[in-house]
Design a protein around this ligand. Structure first.
Ligand SMILES: *Cc1c(COP(=O)(O)O)cnc(C)c1O
Length: 379
């Protein structure tokens, strides 16, 4: 029998009634655009994260785009971001005509490396033709970046700190939840994310009242006080009411799901310890475990061995952004960001979702230990 990489059907079986009731209500009231569920979800997520404002938007990518638009980032501006991320983090920068400056990640977290960030900032300043404006930190695989140090760094250098928390909603670090760690936080409700809807969706979190107003205006084509009073360039960036309804039903189960993810990660750790490099953890931080990602040398052969036994795995990411065809013109040579370039050959994400049972975990780990030629016994 094959194992699911992410089992949304197992989740649906458990929350079916809540989801169906919530969706039925929307079908009956008919306010499909900006219906009451959107504001209800925004309030609930602001409480959940501890952020003052939550703005529901159409996707994680739109959320990132809108955070940059709210700071009027455009041509001539430099935006610093890790190269080892999903395309969307870099794409929004280029869409606005700004310049992405790729930074390396650390071996300890796979998140932004402050030393590399400092070096890139110095380089941009020395070159003198770009204005340093913002840093986008990515919480890769669900583990928050080093926000206390990033906040100091951003403040001292007059940079806006944006969190790409597409994979980390629900994570905690230094007693703050993701959403309340950066100037603005963008998250995604893509179905496979820790809190996913049944289509595309996203949200932005911030504490500043004026910035929140600006984001709400950008979300609705840049509207001012009246509907046809257009005060800035915006987008159609709304979260669908039906998706908000799905998320409200799922949010009720989200805390238990986060606990289940942590329990499953610990079980994997226990069984795989000593055989592969385990995912990074941080004292005082709790990952949202969007992915459980190990590192190993003979990655492709191991992935193939697992596949032949009905065990799916994934590689996030096979190529860092600075080596992608579309980003080569931003001038980073192979060899320039060594950790990102090493990780791409070694990372392997294993099945991870809150309903993964212990016998499946044991089966995955037995197959994995055999494939890496490790004598360790799972049972
Ligand atoms: C998923 C993801 C996004 C984009 O989110 P969408 O909702 O798919 O637009 C952005 N950044 C990272 C790191 C992601 O994993």
């Amino acid at each position: 029998m094959s194992i699911a990489f992410i089992d949304l059907k197992a989740q649906y079986r458990r929350i079916k009634e809540d989801v169906n009731t919530r969706m039925q209500k929307v079908l009956e009231h008919g306010e499909f655009i900006m219906g009451p569920e959107v504001a209800e979800l925004e309030r609930a997520l602001a409480v959940f994260t501890g952020a003052k404002h939550c703005i529901g938007v159409a996707s994680g990518t739109d959320a990132l785009l809108m955070t940059l638009m709210a700071h009027e980032i455009g041509p001539g501006d430099a935006v610093f971001l890790p190269s080892f991320t999903f395309t969307a983090t870099a794409e929004v920068v280029v869409l606005l005509g700004a310049t992405p400056v790729f930074v390396d990640v650390t071996e300890q977290s796979y998140n932004l490396d402050l030393a590399s960030l400092e070096a890139q900032l110095r380089h941009v300043r020395a070159t003198g033709n770009l204005r340093p404006r913002a840093v986008i930190a990515v919480d890769l695989f669900g583990l928050p970046a080093d926000y206390p140090r990033l906040r100091d760094f951003a403040r001292n250098n007059a940079l806006v700190l944006i969190a790409d928390a597409a994979q980390s909603l629900g994570a905690v670090a230094q007693e703050r939840r993701v959403g309340a760690m950066a100037d603005m936080t963008a998250t995604s409700f893509f179905p496979a994310k820790p809190l996913g809807c049944y289509g595309d969706g996203g949200a932005i979190f911030c504490d500043d009242d004026e910035e929140a107003d600006r984001l709400r205006s950008i979300r609705l084509h840049g509207k001012g006080k009246e509907k046809y009073d257009i005060v800035r360039i915006g987008v159609n960036g709304r979260l669908d009411t039906l998706q908000a309804a799905v998320l409200l039903a799922k949010l009720a189960h989200f805390p238990q799901e986060l606990e289940a993810r942590e329990r499953i990660a610990r079980r994997y750790d226990e069984l795989l310890k000593g055989a592969v490099t385990l995912p990074p953890r941080h004292a005082g931080a709790q990952s949202a475990w969007a992915q459980y990602t190990i590192r190993l040398d003979n990655r492709d052969a191991v992935a193939a061995a697992l596949r032949s036994q009905g065990i799916p795995t994934a590689v996030y990411y096979p190529l860092p952004m600075h080596l992608q065809t579309a980003y080569r013109r931003f001038g980073r040579d192979p060899g320039s960001l060594p950790v990102s370039e090493r990780l791409r050959h070694e990372v392997l994400s294993l099945p991870m979702h809150p309903y993964l049972d212990d016998s499946s975990i044991e089966r995955i780990c037995s197959a994995l230990l055999a494939a890496v030629g490790h004598g360790k016994n799972v049972a």
